[in-house]
Design a protein around this ligand. Structure first.
Ligand code: NAD
Length: 514
């Protein structure tokens, strides 16, 4: 095992300006020069916390140039040295997890236990990437023909970019850059402009860990920044996570410009509960997975599909748990669910309650009655439950992305599967049952990239890969894990011989192996 080196930079980290989030290019803070910026709120108080600079096309060019310039040396850096730096990064992120989590709570609003969970799932990806010498092993075939060997190697692709969503400001960047840089690429991150500070802290930790300047860059911004990334001739690949319309746009524009693209989109995850399921276990799971992180998870359960006679007791069991969910700011130790990310998003989510009720759904719990919704300045909405939802309703057809759990009642297992499979999204789905045969059949026929069996949020561990089907992913390869390594490398096959002098001859025939 490679010995872990002392982190290279021992000096204090550059102090970020409290009022402004700037770019990180070539290993240092670069204040934005475009004159454009956006607001970053503290969602728990509703107050403006700071501004974030929005990059111009020229600033994106500067970040890509820094990454391009760093690429030749980084791709030539030995695997053992890269591993040593990745170990350092892993340790610094681990040691800094409370600091990172605090930034997530401050800007996203998720409560500390949830924020620490996010950092911990991100760490898994760094740990996976520490195995890069093993992961990059190629293949070798000796004597494919007389005196001829063939071998395959995987090489980095160059400058790669990551464009990430607001709901996992630390974990999703780690899904991408851990493997990308481990494979020898250099990276430009464009994080969500709603909660940009965690990525800046991570950039500083990477530098402290000894990552050479320019290997990891962060540029903030909006469509102007993203569009320049998508058309920049020196960006070889783009990883995206966000909403479906933007994912589709990123995929279409990026591939039209000749880039390799993986674009993960939105979700509407169904949890099917069969009549034989343990009601308490299913209700606990539905509440945890429906309202954790205020429903702002791409793997949140947003629809409970109650099959047959399970519906009434299940809805009762979920309803009885809701008053106990403690909604409040992350600064209160007892809070289990924080605010939504912006006022605009909170109001949009709340609007689905009105729309659902108008369309005939029953409001079993109404988050608009929560005191923090009615009187607070933060972007809170209490836990909400809509029963008797049908597929024609607007609330069912859209990704709500908030603490509004919907229940669709169906008569049979077949109807439940049909619902899952006809939904345009296919990120995750889950089944709750005590019948192994039914669970196996569900795993066989569910059209989704990730399936849980009595597990409501089946996010794969870092040594598998993460990705949905249908409108939840545009592209071929899933993110992180083995498919991440494939995405960030390209194969090269070498055919070699070392003949003795005087043994060659002219032969215009197509090379044969026999
Ligand atoms: P979003 O699509 O609004 O933004 C994602 C990124 O795209 C951000 O960096 C943003 O700045 C950029 N962007 C936004 N509008 C753009 C435009 N018009 N042109 C170019 N770039 C643009 O998503 P969000 O609101 O930040 O995140 C929530 C969404 O992400 C939800 O739909 C959620 O399901 C999805 N998500 C999916 C996964 C997954 O793995 N499938 C994981 C997390 C989040």
């Amino acid at each position: 095992m490679t010995q872990v080196a002392e982190p290279r930079v021992q000096s204090p980290r550059p102090e970020p300006s409290p009022g402004r989030v700037s770019h990180w290019i070539g290993g240092r803070l670069v204040p934005g020069g475009s004159g454009r910026h956006g607001p970053v709120y503290n969602p728990a108080t509703g107050r403006l916390a700071r501004e974030v600079d929005f990059a111009s096309a020229e600033e994106i060019d500067a970040a890509v140039e820094a990454a391009r310039a760093a690429f030749p040396a980084w791709r030539s850096t030995s695997l053992s040295k890269r591993t040593e730096i990745l170990f350092n990064i892993r340790n610094l992120v681990h040691d800094g997890r409370e600091e990172i989590a605090a930034l997530l709570t401050a800007e996203h609003g998720k409560v500390p236990s949830d924020a620490l969970g996010e950092v911990s799932r991100g760490l898994e990806n760094l740990e996976f990437a520490c195995g890069i010498p093993h992961l990059l092993k190629g293949a070798f075939s000796e004597q494919v023909s007389t005196g001829i060997d063939v071998y395959q190697i995987r090489q980095p692709i160059g400058v790669v970019a990551g464009i990430t969503p607001f709901n996992f400001p630390a974990m999703v960047p780690m899904w991408m850059f851990a493997n990308a840089i481990a494979c020898g690429n250099t990276f430009v991150l464009k994080p969500s402009e709603k909660d940009p500070s965690a990525s800046m802290l991570i950039a500083e930790l990477l530098k402290e860990a000894g990552l050479p300047d320019g290997v990891f860059n962060v540029v903030h911004g909006d469509k102007v920044a993203v569009d320049r990334i998508l058309e920049h001739p020196d960006v070889a690949a783009v990883s995206f996570v966000g909403s479906t319309p933007i994912a589709k746009y990123i995929y279409e524009t990026g591939t039209r410009n000749g880039k390799r693209v993986q674009a993960l989109g939105g979700a509407k995850n169904h949890m099917v509960v069969l009549p034989d399921a343990d009601i308490d276990m299913a209700a606990d799971a539905a509440v945890s997975a429906g309202y954790g992180s205020a429903g702002e998870r791409c793997m949140a359960i947003s629809v409970v599909v109650a099959v047959g006679e399970v519906a009434d007791p299940l809805v009762d069991a979920i309803r009885s748990r809701l008053p106990k969910v403690r909604v409040g700011p992350g600064s209160d130790a007892g809070s289990e669910m924080g605010p939504l990310v912006t006022r605009e998003h909170r109001d949009k989510v709340a609007g689905y309650l009105e729309k659902g009720a108008a369309a005939g759904a029953a409001i079993v719990a109404d988050g608009r009655e929560h005191s923090l919704y009615k009187d607070g300045d933060g972007f809170f909405l209490g836990v909400s439950l809509l029963d008797r939802v049908t597929p024609d309703m607007e609330s069912y057809q859209n990704e709500i992305f908030g603490p509004v759990l919907e229940v669709v009642r169906v008569a049979t297992y077949d109807e439940a599967v049909k619902l899952v499979n006809e939904n345009p999204y296919g990120n995750g789905t889950a089944i709750f049952t005590r019948d192994g045969g039914a669970a196996r059949q569900f795993q066989f026929e569910a059209q989704a990239g990730m399936v849980g069996i009595n597990v409501p949020i089946p996010v794969p561990v870092a040594y598998y890969s993460f990705g949905g089907w249908k409108n939840s992913l545009f592209g071929d390869l899933h993110m992180y894990g083995p498919e991440g390594i494939q995405f960030y490398t390209r194969g090269k096959v070498v055919t070699a011989r070392w003949p003795d002098p005087g043994t060659s001859q002219v032969d215009l025939g197509f090379p044969r192996t026999r």
